[in-house]
Design a protein around this ligand. Sequence first.
Ligand code: C2E
Ligand code: MG
Ligand code: MG
Length: 558
Amino acid sequence: MDANELTKVNAMPASASRQGFVQFDVVAYGIVIAAIILFVGIGGTVLPQLLRAVSGEGAGPDRSLTSALLLNIALVIFSWRRQRILSVEITERRKAEAQAWILAETDPLTGCFNRRSIGDATDRLVSTACARGEEVAFLMFDLDNFKRVNDVNGHKAGDEILREIAARVTRVMPAGSLIARLGGDEFALVIPFDPAHAQRIEELAETLIRMAALPVEVGGASIQTTISIGITRSSNNTGSEPAQTLLHMADIAMFHAKKQGRNRYYWFEDSMEAELRFRAELEAGIRRGVPLGEFVPHYEQQIEIKTGKLVGFEMLARWESPTAGTIGPDIFIPIAEEIGLISELSESVIAQALKDAREWDPELTLSVNISPVQLRDPWFAQKLLKLLVEANFPSSRLDVEITESCLHENLGEVRSLIASLKNQGISVSLDDFGMGYNSLAQLRTLPFDRIKIDRSFVSGLSGTGDSVMIIQAISTLADGLGLPITAEGIDSESIQSQLKDLGTFKGQGYLYGRPENAQLTRERLSQLGLLLGGPEVAEPEKTSAETVAPLDANRRSA
Ligand code: C2E
Ligand code: MG
Ligand code: MG
């Protein structure tokens, strides 16, 4: 029996029915003892009379006493037998009760405590540890990307991994600690420790991370996972229910560890809770805001660098939050992806953008960004086609940007999506090129129409780095593949002029203007004579406040 099992058995509650058994036991023993005492009493009178009668000295034992003695002997035999049967029955019922307790309080897969039972056990451990001057650490961990492990290797393999991780953790847990499986791949450890040696908890967390990362052999395959751990200690607890409060804190710290890149541990800090609250507010805001149309398209100009001609716009989503103001996509896109709202959000801004762009000069293109989540949607191409038809927007003017980082996991899906988009006449660009490690190989196998060099290389042109050489190399490669290039993040004249020398690029960046909302974009186009239905009267200072580059290349003679 290991430390864990010992802890479990010790923690088993004395139930009311067990107390009933004990009372029943005492009554049965009482009857046997009373019968024996009676037997000794009566036998003490009858036996000497019997002996005297046998030796011819007396008239023999009193008849009624003899009957009482015989009755007494029968009683002793009967109650002794009854007591034996009873004790067998009691042992069996105790076993059954223990079994029922194990089923109710422990997790059948790993043998650990379950979520229901860990609360009481923790509260007891906290109060005994406090009485001894010790503290209790509460560690919560779960497996990183366990869903993927299950999806790829099957649920049986997933179960085997959970069992093995629980066994490994149990082996290194200090005596007197508790382990519980809270559900799915989530575990909690409750560990009493000497507050003077809190670093032991960190050492334990490091050991757990190391041990969990060792491969698990399942059905001939070697599967590797990692864990993220959140830790808190009982001195942090301000609530009346230690288990609940500690669980909540450790959960927050674990969430933080996941966000920081997984396969690590974090102690709970108050700021994490505030961060979580902020995130919950954002989540609620996004849920509310999507149907209310708070997510709107903004447009960033795309320019032909050599001529300065405006050739199209990239649509970049913005959240016009009524409480927090304008929020950028780097904040809300990852959350919308996580809470499953990205498709709805994206489709609503794309639909608005198609409507806006219908009023632009027909030569201007519209680029839209899509999330990896949408890439995995087998109906995405159809949904986009529906939006195009509804907006009566020609597919040849639409360009879909796929970020390079999507390519690592989803190559097959990306390939079929690009094929369907291209069949519909939509062009496809590879966004943020250069940030991924294996995109060169994939460039040859995926039929992109254009690549967009990541901002980090372009802005590097203003420094002394290797950016010129990198951009030259990308340009040669793209030429070889017949792919045109867009350079992102042009924010100075000097970068623009270097790019002019390096090749024929399209460009975007703050030099030409920040992304603007639909109305400001209309006004800009109106000034350039690029709005269908004729020029609008616009406030010049509003439209050109942040615009530096001249766009005379587009001006048409009225
Ligand atoms: P991206 O597609 O690479 O877009 C370019 C980003 O760089 C934009 O940021 C743009 O405002 C910014 N930028 C452009 N020129 C300059 C410059 O000269 N200097 C600097 N420092 N930045 C420049 P934004 O709008 O914050 O968008 C960030 C990312 O969010 C986009 O990167 C895109 O990947 C994603 N995104 C935007 N809208 C959507 C959307 O509707 N759906 C999805 N899935 N992703 C979107
Ligand atoms: Mg983009
Ligand atoms: Mg980009």
